[in-house]
Design a protein around this ligand. Structure first.
Ligand code: C5P
Length: 306
């Protein structure tokens, strides 16, 4: 049996800088990996079709299909008969939440399937296959703690995580949001296909700061700028109006800026330490209709063979 982790991500900044002919959008975004992770195992199992079992509730079948799609894609890439695989997935990352859970599962499935079938993928091959599975999958396939992500999601510049144990408090509304829907509403807005230049500037400047080395305190100090550096915020609120009230409540109770991750609906407060994030979580014990998760940034091994 081979076992792996599929970590979540947050988008610290997300600029939409254009719309492509194929309908996808050009992004400039800073992704950071979280310790919060799904667990996955794979076993080789004879000739039956590949299978996936899931524990942990609230998953979206379309997201999980990516696990089996990853195996199918790798089978095609290998171009030779390979035994079937049985995947078991334990979901811990909230689904349809803007945390990349489904995409991360796909990247981990690709890695575990390659290990199970003894296929040696180069980093370039892994990224190409990942890009065919979904826009966020290359980030996870790049196995980096953080990255400046551009293009549709396939251009990855690896960055170090902040040093010294920065943490995040995640508040995920129980109503999920579909990324495709959020982009559709974005395109129906005032400037179809493009967000504000400010978000792209913030993303690039944060990337430069991470590259130069940011400690956890300095990193948390970026939160006021990052708060307004997600171009998908108006579209997410358009689809889920209660998100605006939830953010106002969180900012009042936590007394710090609250960011939107990806296409939402997860809201994120950044902290210089896990202890402070946990204390923040205790301010929210009476909050209803949302799931609260405290986690640290970076670190976390993707895969370990056993
Ligand atoms: O690539 P993925 O299937 O994860 O993307 C989900 C949806 O999000 C796409 O169908 C597309 O509508 C939108 N999207 C986009 N531009 C991106 C990434 C995603 O328009 N760079």
């Amino acid at each position: 049996m081979i076992e792996g982790l599929a970590p979540a991500k947050v988008n610290l900044a997300l600029a939409v800088v254009g719309r492509r002919a194929d309908g996808y959008h050009e992004l400039v975004s800073v992704f950071a990996r979280l310790d919060l992770a799904d667990r996955m195992t794979v076993e080789v199992a004879g000739n039956a079709p590949d299978r996936l079992t899931v524990a942990g509730g609230g998953y979206s079948p379309s997201g999980l299909d990516l696990v089996l799609s990853a195996a199918m894609l790798l089978r095609e890439h290998a171009g030779r008969p390979l035994p079937s695989l049985v995947f078991a997935l334990e979901k811990r990352i909230p689904v349809a939440a803007g945390l990349g859970g489904g995409s991360s599962d796909a990247a981990t499935a690709l890695e575990l399937a390659a290990a199970a079938w003894d296929i040696d993928l180069s980093a370039g091959e892994r990224l190409d296959l990942a890009a065919r599975l979904g826009s966020d999958v290359p980030f996870f396939a790049a196995r980096t703690a953080a990255a400046l992500v551009e293009g549709r999601g396939e251009r990855i510049r690896a960055l170090p995580a902040p040093t010294g144990g920065a943490a995040a408090l995640l508040v995920t509304s129980e109503s999920g949001l579909s990324t495709a829907e959020v982009f559709r509403v974005f395109d129906d807005g005032v400037a179809p296909g493009a967000g504000s230049p400010a978000a792209a500037t913030t993303a690039r400047e944060l990337a430069a700061a991470l590259e130069a080395g940011l400690d956890a305190d300095a990193f948390a100090g970026w939160a006021p700028r990052l708060r307004d550096a997600n171009d998908l915020w108006p579209a997410a609120v358009g689809l889920l109006p209660e998100l605006a009230a939830l953010r106002a409540t969180l900012e009042e109770r936590l007394r710090r800026p609250v960011l939107l991750s990806g296409s939402g609906p997860t809201l994120v407060a950044l902290y210089p330490s896990l202890l402070e994030a946990q204390a923040g979580g205790r301010q929210l014990t009476e909050l209803r209709g949302a799931r609260i998760t405290v986690t640290v940034l970076g670190n976390g091994q993707h895969r370990e063979a056993r």
